[in-house]
Write a protein that binds this ligand. Sequence first.
Ligand SMILES: NC(=O)c1ccc[n+]([C@@H]2O[C@H](COP(=O)([O-])OP(=O)(O)OC[C@H]3O[C@@H](n4cnc5c(N)ncnc54)[C@H](OP(=O)(O)O)[C@@H]3O)[C@@H](O)[C@H]2O)c1
Length: 393
Amino acid sequence: MKKIAILGATGTIGANTLDVVRFSEGQLGVCALAGGRNIALLAQQMEEFCPKLVAVLDTAQADALKKVVGRRFGGEILHGDAGYAEVAGFHEADLVVSAMVGAAGLKPTIAAINAGKDIAIANKETLVMAGRIVMTLAEKQGTRVLPIDSEHSAIFQCLNGEDIRNVSRIIITASGGPFFRQEITKEITPASAMQHPRWRMGKKISIDSATMMNKGLELIEARWLFGVSPDRLVAIIHPQSIVHSLVEFNDGSLLAQLAAPDMRLAIAYALHFPERKPLNFSRLDLVSVGALEFFPPDEEKFPCLAIARSVLHTDGILPAVMNAANEIAVEAFLAERIDFLQISSLIAATLSSFKDKENPSLEEIIQADALARAEAERILTERVLVASYPRVT
Ligand SMILES: NC(=O)c1ccc[n+]([C@@H]2O[C@H](COP(=O)([O-])OP(=O)(O)OC[C@H]3O[C@@H](n4cnc5c(N)ncnc54)[C@H](OP(=O)(O)O)[C@@H]3O)[C@@H](O)[C@H]2O)c1
């Protein structure tokens, strides 16, 4: 049995991962779980999967969890950075699923690699912030970083057995989100932005999909996961979300991976890798899908994609700055402190306060993240945010 530790067990990816474990007929097992604040769900997961170690956000959540599970739970309940690091490095784990949302995933993912664990990574923000450091560390530790993001899983599957030097382009598909065929106005509400046409996901990634920042984050994620130069990475719109991404080779051939839009397929591929196991989740009926469409992305309409594409070509602290500003902007939009159009303005304004710094250490990246959050908050509270901030080019 392959034993799995899950960071972000109570999230959408966490729940889908547990579904994959549930249907693996004993080939996969759970040894450690980390959640944040959703104590009720975590308690249910502990009841069903019997992990030996659990970690939550802070002491208050740990006390609440201990009250809920009482003596029924014979394992250990930890909290905070130290608790997450224990889950990430748990000695029984063969593989760690990195599925916390946002920058919170960075330190535990690094802890897992430092402990020599293979990683199945959904937490793209970790690779956006510190892709070079993470991939270099994984190489040094001899651990695998396996993609869970459906686009990256598709690329990974297309590259299996291929020589990366023969790749001319990696083409990442995007659904276009809820506003692909709609005008974007400042009247867009958080509820309408969360209505993704194809996927059911957590709040942050749903808003990232609506602004298309998600595709920008994915371009940066692909750069580090596959070690390709930024000029070989392309995003195209594919509203049906059936072709999950493509690889173009130097002979002009394109390989694509197609499947029903169901995250469990990508998760199962990573969890069982290098094997491919039979699954009964979702099958694709191409005849009922009918036409598959492809369009170029409109970066005037989706300025977050343009911002991320410019940051993709940098190699220092700017990706972490952009990521932090985006997290603050998404929270502010969800709390109705800013409108939808101001998300990109806030990110661009925050970025314009920073100069890049080459080859940053992990500490410098973490510091840039904290400074960028403070700067984005300053811009928000001082209300110096205007819609016409120049875009970084
Ligand atoms: N959902 C998808 O289909 C999908 C697809 C591809 C990639 N991803 C990526 O996967 C990651 C997770 O996405 P999701 O949609 O599963 O998010 P989600 O549903 O919002 O779940 C986030 C998870 O992170 C935990 N968490 C939140 N803040 C935390 C903190 N400060 N410290 C520790 N844990 C914290 C949450 O715990 P509580 O809920 O207990 O507070 C929850 O377990 C993201 O990076 C996303 O971009 C998601």
